[in-house]
Design a protein around this ligand. Structure first.
Ligand code: NAD
Length: 296
């Protein structure tokens, strides 16, 4: 059984990016810069953004963290995005989701200039992705593709089952896995909350590659897994646990202990797809930087 270790796969991506930033610095050029906007003080969001900023530093990227309180207005946020869009020293912009209820996520995502949309959520970039054009791929599905590439997992002729149809993970993942991209030659079934459980079990039991993004801890149990399958667990849920130092434990959507007895390869949680999401984000930020003409 192969552990699809996100530390190993993301380190390889970061090492290659670091080489590029070192070469830029040696040539006296500026390096890619990511601007991250964080609204409020949701614990998980704080952790994700801190980790993104730290990874920028480790890779030789510049970064800025822009914080707003929960009471920020939509127009204040839009004004900041406008400012960052116009700043030629900022290559990538990300707004950490979720946002407070009084702010329209879609409006915010659409306000980010498509050339700086390193999370790959802008409708223009999603459209380009669906058409198979060169674009920013949403960071988490991109991270999964990078993971499959790193561990040389073949998708050609394989049946991939994706559970979950969110705009940021499941839906783009299902498209990419069948898109003809080097890691996208599978035939794909997409399941979601209205897939009857008996049907879902039959489908997951046929999956050569099973990608799960539902947000329900240990939703996939060993009996739902085809022997020899590759399991990609995207889920990250904080589950309260008084015995844990932080008062919670991170759980994936797959029962890991059961999965490793059936599967040929499994991503751990934590230490799997989460790290690859950051690798995808950094790759997109480098791409945004390279797409510019004014940085020389
Ligand atoms: P979401 O929370 O927006 O939606 C959940 C999806 O699961 C929906 O599409 C729904 O149809 C499906 N679903 C719910 N119940 C189901 C059921 N009983 N059977 C089948 N499908 C069901 O999804 P999301 O934003 O993709 O997040 C999913 C999980 O992935 C969460 O735990 C989230 O924290 C995690 N996540 C991790 C990363 C990462 O970097 N590892 C990135 C994004 C999200």
């Amino acid at each position: 059984m192969l552990v699809l270790d996100g530390k190993i796969a993301s380190a390889a991506v970061k090492a290659s990016l670091l080489q590029q930033t070192q070469a830029l610095k040696a040539a006296g050029k500026r390096t890619p810069h990511l601007a991250a906007i964080l609204v409020g003080n949701n614990g998980a969001s704080e952790t994700y953004v801190a980790s993104k900023v730290k990874n920028c530093e480790e890779t030789g990227f510049g970064s800025s963290l822009i914080r707003f309180g929960d009471d920020v207005t939509e127009s204040e946020l839009l004004a900041k995005i406008g400012e960052l869009n116009a700043d030629s020293n900022v290559d990538g912009i990300l707004v950490q989701l979720p946002l407070p209820k009084h702010i329209d996520d879609e409006k915010i995502i659409e306000a980010i200039h498509p050339d700086k949309d390193v999370d790959g959520f802008h409708p223009m970039n999603i459209g380009r992705m669906v058409q198979g054009f060169d674009t920013f791929i949403p960071a988490t599905p991109y991270g999964v593709l990078l993971m499959l590439e790193h561990f040389k997992i073949e998708t050609k002729g394989k049946h991939a089952v994706v559970v979950g149809r969110s705009k940021i993970v499941g839906r783009p993942m299902s498209i990419l896995l069948s898109s003809g991209h080097p890691q996208g030659d599978a035939h794909v079934t997409l399941c979601h909350r209205f897939t009857p459980k008996e049907e879902l079990i039959k489908l997951t039991q046929q999956a050569d590659i099973l990608v799960v993004a539902v947000g329900i801890p240990e939703f996939i149990t060993g009996d739902m897994i085809k022997p020899g399958a590759v399991i990609i667990d995207v889920g990250i849920t904080r589950v309260e646990d008084a015995t844990a130092k932080k008062g919670f434990r991170i759980k994936g959507d797959v029962n890991y202990e059961q999965a490793i007895t059936k599967a040929s390869a499994v991503t751990p949680v934590p230490g799997g797809v989460g790290l690859m999401t950051i690798a995808g984000l950094l790759m997109n930020t480098m791409k945004a930087y390279e797409g510019k003409f004014y940085h020389n």
